[in-house]
Design a protein around this ligand. Structure first.
Ligand SMILES: Nc1nc2c(c(=O)[nH]1)N[C@H]1C(S)=C(S)[C@@H](COP(=O)(O)O)O[C@H]1N2
Ligand SMILES: [Mo]
Length: 218
């Protein structure tokens, strides 16, 4: 057996000790890495694909409105200025699309769903939300998932305004569910008591859509 341990005072040992104290080569990687980070059946992409129904509404910020209604004590319609006046959160999260692509480390800026929930005060009977897009798209999300700490209504990605192709001026981002739950061109958040299917859910997609449980279809 060859002992490859260098003597304690060798040049290499001293370099390694110095590297260790300087944390050389150590990046601040997220806790989830490798197999733990990519859900089953997914593959990684570097670019950001565009998927929608093909109708891309043009919503200038002067006409942008977000109406939050349904089973809430204080329904509200936000215009762009009111939306930007709410606390702005920075979130880094992964995208998992049901068509099997995933994209890591997306940098979002926007208003957390928790802050919006605090604003409108859902009634006890509210259990789900229906998200509405200006293109007529809808998608249903359990309230507990919508209220996740890293879920937000985002208006910036990678330091820039979200483009029209990707749902700008503002879109939902609910990172721990498949990306079809993240409505682009968001125009409404409706709190409801009983679950009902949105656009893709009517067409056979899962009511919840957890990528870790591969909840693709039902
Ligand atoms: N309003 C709206 N939101 C939508 C869609 C849509 O067609 N309309 N498509 C969904 C689907 S299936 C996916 S995978 C993602 C795609 O977002 P992206 O084009 O920014 O990648 O948006 C989701 N949100
Ligand atoms: Mo999708």
């Amino acid at each position: 057996m060859v002992d490859e341990t260098p003597p304690a005072d060798s040049k290499l040992t001293r370099s390694k000790q110095r590297w260790a104290s300087e944390r050389k080569f150590i990046t601040d990687a997220p806790a989830r890495t490798g197999d733990d980070r990519l859900p089953p059946g997914q593959h990684l992409v570097k670019d950001w694909p565009i998927l929608d129904l093909g109708r891309k509404p043009d919503v200038p910020i002067e006409r942008w409105r977000l109406s939050i209604k349904g089973m809430v004590a204080r329904p509200v319609t936000l215009d762009w200025a009111a939306f930007l006046a709410l606390p702005q959160a920075h979130v880094v999260s992964d995208i998992h699309c049901v068509t099997t692509w995933s994209r890591y480390d997306n940098e979002w800026v926007g208003v957390t769903t928790r802050d919006l929930i605090d604003l409108v005060e859902p009634r006890d009977e509210a259990r789900f939300v229906m998200l509405h897009g200006s293109d007529g798209y809808t998608t249903n999300v359990p309230l507990a998932d919508f209220a996740a700490a890293d879920a937000l209504i985002a208006h910036r990605w990678s330091g820039k305004p979200i483009t029209r192709d990707h749902g700008g001026p503002a879109r939902a981002v609910i990172p721990h569910l498949y990306f079809w739950k993240s409505a682009k061109w968001i125009s409404g958040i409706e709190f409801i008591g009983a679950d009902r299917p949105g656009f893709w859910e009517v067409n056979g997609y899962h009511m919840r859509g957890d990528p870790w449980a591969e909840e693709r279809y039902r």
